[in-house]
Design a protein around this ligand. Structure first.
Ligand code: KIV
Ligand code: ZN
Length: 515
């Protein structure tokens, strides 16, 4: 019988630590709902001690998700654990995930603690968490660079204290598959009470080996994989869920294992996460990249037409590609829109539906077919954003081969209307310069990219920007059939996210699990 691998998704915690990827509570709730639909076993949704915003999002998700465990991260100290429990206590299946570093390097330079002190602290943390729940995960940060025998001692003590899952992270993405598998086997053999806990791994992608290391660990006996959608996460990211799960499913002879994931939701989930975070998926990304199922060469195309198995090891439908044919248009009514949104996982109030229906009709007048991708953007722009400081009233641009590009913009800033005009070296530059002046913001444009939301010439242009202001970074996104408007929406969205970050400062850095 095939063994069950538990999928622990950390898109909303480690994934959110990707530069500029911060999400507001409504956006996190939307992603969590989609992950629940995808069949994820455990959702790690935040690190409540880091900020009020994180606490609020974790609590909101805990109150809503009923079919997955909800984990919150806490350093191995009492205030963090109390805060994590406070945030997840209403979850159907809450899990406290506590972490402390175990490598000598971290002990010496970061924690300034001895090995014995770290064991003691781990035990205290797990025992404290045990007052709230039996569902406790203990992580040994920088585990892959820790002394093996010491790691076994720490795990033994944590399990003895009550940890039900122990997690071995390759925090800095340093491991290579064979060596990592050896380490898993070693720890399994040399930790006497290991059978009392689920063995988990958490791999980062600094050397591009996160998926390979995760799979090697599974073959060596790990039964929980910590992953993210699209592989987003700290630095080069985490192991990608779609890669790990599709490898298991595609090679059952090599991996006699199953997961609870409904893979047909991979593509829509990937799209949703990239739209909400503003982090686009590279075209050649395995499984969900735009080219993952595209056959360019004539020989391949010929083979695929004769029999798809010649060059396709997975069917596109298995990941939810090409199945999304349901189209709405300008004749679609309110009921059809509501039913379709319900299928996508959105349950809207009458007021929300009214608001969205107006936007839908406006779009349907400009674009023949309204696809799921378009609806996701409408919902994200209309309902998921927090109360915006800046919103666009109108934009006019003059551009061409013989004129100096100029933009006239009217904005609402905190309910006050302001307008102005300005020049630039192109229409987008002119619009951005004018907006920057009207809003009094000084952000730097770090990245700007344009793509098409779906196929076809009537597709909406999708623009993402990354802005930086006084050390804070935020992504912004916008979509519109007109790419200058899409760019302007993306810029304003980025400015609003910067305002949100200014209003929700971090108490501690999420990326440094320091004491
Ligand atoms: O990379 C890491 O070590 C982590 C831990 C919190 C599991 O993210
Ligand atoms: Zn991590």
């Amino acid at each position: 019988m095939s063994e069950r691998i538990y999928i622990f998704d950390t898109t909303l915690r480690d994934g959110e630590q990707s530069p500029g990827a911060s999400m507001n509570t409504a956006e996190k709730l939307r992603v969590a709902t989609q992950l629940e639909k995808l069949g994820v076993d455990i959702l790690e949704v935040g690190f409540p001690a880091t900020s009020e915003g994180d606490f609020e999002a974790v609590s909101a998700i805990s109150g809503k998700i009923r079919n997955a465990q909800i984990a919150a991260l806490a350093r191995a100290n009492i205030p963090d654990i109390d805060r994590a429990w406070e945030a997840i206590k209403d979850a159907a299946y809450p899990r406290i995930h506590t972490v402390i570093a175990t490598s000598d390097l971290h002990l010496k330079y970061k924690l300034n603690m001895t090995r014995e002190e770290v064991i003691q602290r781990s035990v205290e943390a797990v025992k404290h968490a045990k007052k709230f729940t039996d569902n406790i995960e203990f992580s040994a940060e920088d585990g892959s660079r820790s002394d093996r025998d010491y790691l076994c001692k720490v795990f033994e003590a944590a399990i003895e204290a009550g940890a039900s899952t122990i997690n071995l992270p390759d925090t800095v993405g340093y491991a290579v598959p064979e060596e990592f598998a050896e380490l898993i086997k070693y720890v399994r053999v040399h930790t006497p009470n290991i059978h009392k806990a689920i063995f988990s791994v958490h791999c980062h992608n600094d050397l591009g080996l996160a998926t390979a290391n995760t799979l090697a660990a599974i073959v060596a006996g790990a039964r929980q994989a910590e992953v993210t959608i699209n592989g987003i996460g700290e630095r080069a990211g985490n192991a990608s869920m779609e890669e790990v799960v599709m490898a298991i499913n595609t090679r059952p002879n090599y991996f006699p294992m199953t997961t609870g994931i409904k893979t047909e939701y991979f593509y829509p989930t990937s799209r949703l996460v990239s739209m909400i975070t503003g982090i686009q998926v590279q075209p050649n990304k395995a499984i969900v990249g735009a080219n993952a199922f595209a056959h360019e060469s004539g020989i391949h195309q010929d083979g695929v037409l004769k029999n798809p198995m010649t060059y396709e090891i997975m069917k596109p439908e298995t990941i939810g590609l090409n199945t999304n044919k349901m189209v709405l248009g300008k004749h679609s009514g309110r009921h059809a829109l509501r039913a379709h949104l319900n299928d996508m996982g959105y349950v809207l109030s009458a007021e929300e539906l009214d608001k969205l229906f107006i936007k839908f009709k406006e779009l349907a007048d400009r674009k023949k077919h309204v696809l799921d991708e378009d609806l996701e953007v409408l919902v994200a722009e209309g309902l998921l954003q927090t109360k915006d400081v800046f919103s666009l009233e109108y934009l006019n641009v003059i551009a061409g081969t013989t004129v100096l590009p100029m933009a006239s913009v009217k904005l609402i800033i905190n309910e006050r209307s302001v307008q102005g005009a300005g020049y630039g070296n192109g229409p987008i530059d002119a619009a951005f310069n004018t907006i920057s002046r009207l809003t009094g913001t000084t952000s730097e444009l770090m990245r700007f990219s344009v793509s098409s939301l779906s196929g076809g010439t009537d597709s909406q242009g999708e623009v993402t920007v990354r802005l930086k202001e006084n050390g804070l970074e935020a992504m912004g996104r916008g979509a519109d059939p007109d790419i200058i408007t899409a760019s302007t929406k993306a810029y304003i969205n980025g400015l609003n996210r910067l305002e949100y970050l200014k209003a929700h400062p971090l108490k501690i850095s999420e990326s440094a699990i320091e004491e």
